[in-house]
Design a protein around this ligand. Structure first.
Ligand SMILES: NC(=O)c1ccc[n+]([C@@H]2O[C@H](COP(=O)([O-])OP(=O)(O)OC[C@H]3O[C@@H](n4cnc5c(N)ncnc54)[C@H](OP(=O)(O)O)[C@@H]3O)[C@@H](O)[C@H]2O)c1
Length: 292
């Protein structure tokens, strides 16, 4: 995509990956950026950095889980700052819990921001892009949209859904000259993951690294942008050695709260479980022997 002189709308632009993407787009010669999130003050801070780079910017504080507010905001934005050439759906929320202790209100928030919020905004913008016969839509999924993560079942479900949604729209909107791309970051050091129990061995990326991969993918017209070598390795492993990925995931998954109640296996028990593994070649027994 040629970004010179174009207008982009980025959701989740007040912090984290959305903020980094907005700054990276500003460096690519975009004419105007429209920034969406709920926090007006944080949006204004990002806007002042972008303005200092000589790029026009507008902020739109709106809650994406409120479809009527989003409808009104998009109509105003298109009238005042349109047409929009690039939409980046980056806003998202994540909760981590053992599934048996999951809370419905958190699941509802994940669904209403990650999925319904993205749907509402995309439908409003895509209709307008279709009448202009041009546009690019980028939906931010996650590596967890390819490899489901224990303790994040409903978040993973929303990220799998975003990939399916993007794949369907890619085929459906091509006739209107609208490209649809999915961005799949792996663990990234942002507010979102600060309170999460991290998976063992995963090295977090910076939001700037994700934004760089996003720009490169956009320039290459890639339909899916997988970020970082760890993501490539995980997806490769899932395709060619799913049993290995399964084993790694079981060992790397942080303990769910109810597991702390489990009795710690003694040294003798662990030797016995290794023995079980050799006799049965069963991955479950190996994992249970390695866990401590
Ligand atoms: N961090 C990771 O490890 C990681 C990995 C893979 C994919 N991702 C995805 O990348 C995207 C950005 O995540 P991040 O790590 O940058 O998270 P973050 O730092 O927590 O930022 C989330 C952004 O979404 C906005 N947002 C949340 N709820 C909203 C709502 N109801 N209405 C409007 N805006 C809302 C927030 O702004 P306000 O609070 O101001 O509204 C904020 O700008 C998400 O889709 C996430 O799933 C993240």
């Amino acid at each position: 995509m040629n970004m010179q002189g174009k207008v982009a709308l980025i959701t989740g632009a007040s912090r984290g990956i959305g903020r980094a993407i907005a700054l990276a787009l500003a460096q690519q010669g975009m004419k105007r950026l429209i920034l969406i999130a709920r926090d007006r003050q944080k949006l204004a801070e990002v806007a002042s950095v972008i303005e200092a780079m000589g790029v026009e910017v507008a902020i739109v504080p709106v809650d994406l889980s409120k479809p009527i507010d989003v409808n009104v905001a998009v109509a105003q934005v298109w009238r005042s700052y349109g047409p929009i050439h690039l939409l980046v759906n980056c806003a998202g929320v994540a909760y981590q819990n053992s599934f048996l202790q999951s809370k419905l209100f958190q699941v509802q928030e994940e669904l209403s921001v990650n999925l319904l919020g993205m749907y509402t905004l995309t439908s409003l913008i895509a209709r307008r892009m279709a009448s202009q016969r041009q546009g690019t839509i980028v939906n931010v999924s996650s590596l967890m949209g390819k490899v489901a993560a224990p303790t994040m079942a409903t978040y993973s479900a929303t990220k799998f859904a975003i990939l399916g949604f993007s794949q369907a729209l890619r085929r459906e909107l091509a006739q209107y000259n609208i490209r649809v791309i999915a961005l799949l970051p792996s663990l990234t050091d942002t507010d979102m993951v600060r309170d999460l129990k991290l998976f063992r061995w995963v090295i977090p990326m910076t939001p700037q690294q994700v934004a760089e991969a996003f720009i490169t993918g956009l320039q290459k017209d890639a339909p899916e942008i997988l970020v970082g070598w760890q993501s490539h390795l995980a997806v490769w492993c899932q395709r060619f050695a799913p049993w290995l990925l399964e084993m790694i995931l079981r060992i790397a998954t942080p303990p769910a709260p109810n597991k702390q109640l489990e009795e710690k296996p003694s040294f003798l028990n662990r030797i016995q479980r290794f023995n079980d593994f050799w006799l049965s070649r069963n991955i479950d027994s190996l994992v249970s022997a390695l866990k401590f």
